[in-house]
Design a protein around this ligand. Structure first.
Ligand code: LUZ
Ligand code: MOS
Length: 750
């Protein structure tokens, strides 16, 4: 089935927040952000700005009727700065005017008197000062202190990974409209409609039922709108609260890049110990996570890093600690993979480091340490339905790893100025929100009298095609034409108390809820049909919009059956609730069974480096992936292709740069490079692993959003391999992103 949005998307007919037809009298808000990273606010002078043509009002923390607090996990984040600012771009005020241009003009006329203090941007300084978001967390298995004695080889090293700007095509934005009795309706480009509602209620000091949040779709999010869509929505709502006029707040690209956080940069020291037969005996790592100025989702991201420190390998002795460091940068936040890619990258760096020292290929270490059935993860979960060996064997059979290596060698011996490299990247990703409480969802399904169907869920469509998958789930149960089904907007009054669309779990959680609701309705329709034909329910089947009694086709069609049920006063609406079974986690012991299942995969990456310029191309990424039984191979392949390219971007070219005053230098698309059509791999080949699927995944089709992001890690190591093939004394620092500048330095390193 095709993505239901594709035709409207390519014709520019899809509606995003900024496309909603505006009401008469709509006002426009522009956010004033702090120009400095750390300081004490002495005086704000709005006099000139307020006299500017069209300016209606300027809001600050003093206008907040409830709590000036939007921190979700930890209450450490003000909506508007009160007495201190903690990062460049931190919101101080909202200027509301008749047009956006008028508000922008007024913003320039605001005079800020802020006494500057010395900002902290480095994780080392933060750690030294013990400036942490929360106490450090450690996961351990076995006993590393003793295990070092049993290692034949021990290596220590350091690995750095950088930030990443989400760069969703649609910037952050919201449109809030006053309703009667002090109620407010907010259209928001958010992954978490309930987050907007809940924290909006907190800030405005009103109950949640006075705020309705509606989301049609997002023009991309990637985690950047899990938490950080909230402030702009609340600001619009705050202005509505006071002015009783519709207010729109849409960030410009420049403001968005300045004011919102990124993927967390990490700096990690690791230690790995191996036996002579290359078994990893012990692994330790201290991860310094740059969290920025407030917690945001950092404690949860910390956790997901710890859940993925050993990637796809069994290591009997592990001790890993994440230090979430508080700095004067914008609060870093969720980004596809949610801390797992950072963990996986360090493990792969440690293996590569050991392989370099032992003068062997990394794959020789990787292969003999792959997780197998009943191995224990460092967090106590026992690995089940592990597909890694079967993936490795399939990759070997379909792609012939040794032949690929030989091709690389042959190329290199016949080429002086271009050199090629190769790497292998196995991935393992745990599916479920690591916070067990969040793993539930609801669906509201109406069958209308004419046989058409409307479905509401908590799922937010952000380009991942979850709505298409929801249609498929309903079609698979009702056996009706896809045109019968409409997926409604995500709305807090129809489906309440939702978790954000995140953690790769949206299709599973909401799909299972849709499945439950549709099955309940199907039972009622079958019961109606059974009465019509004086048969038993078990004899009734619905196939292609027609009722069958046993295997005999009847004349009763879907719409006639629906009418019959309605005429007999049968309820044609169902509201269902799904919560993931079996999962649990004990934070006091750091042990449990947090994930309902794991997604596995393996990628082989090849790259070619231009040894004069330091420029490069990723030639191919060959993947064997565990989809379970995909319900939509094209959509899932699209998710993989997008994730691979985004992962390669993170590992190779996307370089978030702040100066030591905490000012973003890579603040526009001229200075921040993202992969474009010219930098995607020459080929991306995807082979689905042949498996029976997983009962806990929706229609056995496993979650696919985040796991393939980590295939991008392979680009870093393929590039290092290519550099090494030109310069045998290359120092192989694990310092990503591997920009052309770093490649060039590596090629000529002496
Ligand atoms: N968001 C979240 C996530 O709140 N919890 C998670 O475990 C998670 N995992 C991946 C992406 N977003
Ligand atoms: Mo996410 S990183 O919002 O799944």
């Amino acid at each position: 089935m095709k993505n239901i949005d594709s035709i409207n998307h390519v014709r520019g007919k899809s509606i995003f927040v900024d496309d909603i037809i505006v009401n008469q009298g709509t006002l426009f808000g522009v956010v004033l952000g702090s120009p400095i990273a750390y300081g004490v606010i002495k005086k704000l002078n709005f006099d000139k700005a307020l006299k500017t043509d069209g300016v209606v009002r300027i809001f600050t923390y003093e206008d907040i009727p409830g709590e000036n607090q939007i921190g979700a996990i930890i209450k450490d984040e003000e909506l508007f700065a009160e007495s201190e600012v903690h990062f460049v771009g931190q919101p101080i005020a909202l200027i509301v005017a008749e047009t956006e241009q008028m508000a922008l003009k007024a913003r320039k006329l605001i005079h800020l008197d802020i006494e500057e203090k010395e900002p902290t941007t480095s994780v080392f300084v933060a750690k030294e000062k013990e400036q942490f978001i929360a106490p450090p967390r450690t996961f351990s298995l076995g006993n590393t202190a003793e295990a070092w004695n049993n290692c034949d080889h021990i290596f220590e090293g350091n690995a750095i990974s950088g930030g990443q700007e989400h760069l969703y095509l649609e910037t952050q934005g919201s449109y809030a409209i006053p309703q009667e009795n002090g109620c407010i309706k907010i259209f928001s480009s958010t992954q978490g409609p309930t987050a907007v509602q809940k924290f909006g209620a907190r800030v405005l000091g009103i109950p949640m039922h006075k705020i309705e949040v509606d989301v049609v779709r997002l023009g991309g999010a990637f985690g950047g709108k899990e938490d950080q869509a909230t402030p702009w929505a609340i600001m619009a709502a705050l202005a509505v609260y006071h002015l009783q006029k519709p207010v729109k707040v849409i960030l410009s690209r420049h403001d968005d890049m300045h004011m919102t956080g990124n993927r967390h940069p990490y700096n990690t020291n690791f230690k790995i110990g191996l036996s002579n037969d290359l078994k990893i005996v012990a692994f330790e790592a201290d991860y310094l996570q740059n969290a920025g100025a407030s917690a945001d989702l950092s404690p949860a991201i910390t956790e997901r890093t710890l859940f993925h420190t050993t990637n796809s390998y069994f290591v009997p002795n592990v001790r890993t600690t994440v230090y979430s460091c508080k700095t004067n940068l914008p609060p870093n936040t969720a980004f596809r993979g949610f801390g797992a890619p950072q963990g996986v990258y360090v493990m792969e760096a440690a293996i590569k480091h050991a392989a370099n020292k032992l003068s062997i290929r990394a794959r020789e270490i990787q292969k003999v340490n792959l997780l197998v059935e009943n191995d224990e993860f460092p967090y106590g979960q026992i690995a089940k339905n592990v597909e890694l060996t079967s993936l490795w064997n399939t990759a070997h059979k379909k792609f012939n790893i040794e032949k690929l290596e030989k091709e690389v060698n042959d190329f290199n011996s016949s080429s002086n100025l271009f050199k090629r490299g190769i790497s292998i990247t196995p991935i393992t990703f745990g599916i479920s929100f690591t916070n067990t409480m969040m793993n539930h969802a609801r669906a509201l399904v109406h069958i209308y009298q004419d046989g058409s169907i409307g479905i509401s869920t908590g799922a937010v469509e952000m380009g991942q095609s979850v709505n298409t998958k929801m249609v498929q789930v309903a079609v698979s149960i009702f056996s009706v034409k896809t045109e019968r089904i409409k997926i409604e907007s995500t709305n807090t009054t129809r489906v309440a108390n939702t978790s954000p669309s995140a953690a790769s779990s949206t299709a599973d959680l909401n799909g299972k809820a849709v499945e439950l609701a549709c099955n309940a309705l199907l039972e009622r329709l079958k019961s109606t049909a059974a009465k019509v034909f004086k048969a038993k329910i078990g004899q009734i089947h619905l196939i292609d919009e027609t009722v069958f009694v046993d295997d005999k086709k009847t004349k009763l069609t879907w719409d006639e059956l629906v009418w019959e049920a309605f005429a007999n006063r049968v309820c044609l609406t169902e509201n269902s609730h799904y919560s993931t079974p079996k999962i649990h986690f004990d934070k006091t012991k750091e042990k449990g069974h947090p994930f309902i299942y794991h997604v596995y995969g393996i990628a082989i990456t090849t790259a070619t480096v231009d040894c004069i310029r330091g420029t490069y191309e990723i030639d191919s990424v060959k993947i064997v992936h565990d989809f379970g039984k995909s319900i939509n191979q094209e959509i899932d392949n699209g998710q993989i292709e997008g994730a691979v390219v985004q992962g390669i971007g993170w590992m190779t070219m996307e370089d978030v740069v702040y100066d030591d005053k905490g000012r973003l230098q890579s603040n526009a698309l001229s200075t921040y490079k993202v992969p474009d059509i010219y930098s995607v791999p020459g080929t991306i080949e995807i082979i689905p692993l042949d498996t029976t699927g997983d009962e806990n995944a929706i229609l056995k089709s496993k979650a696919v959003g985040e796991p393939p992001f980590m295939y991008g890690v392979g680009a870093f190591f393929a590039l290092q391999d290519a550099i090494k093939n030109y310069n045998p004394v290359y120092n192989q620092k694990f310092d990503s992103p591997m920009t052309p500048e770093k490649v060039l330095m590596g090629l000529y390193y002496k």
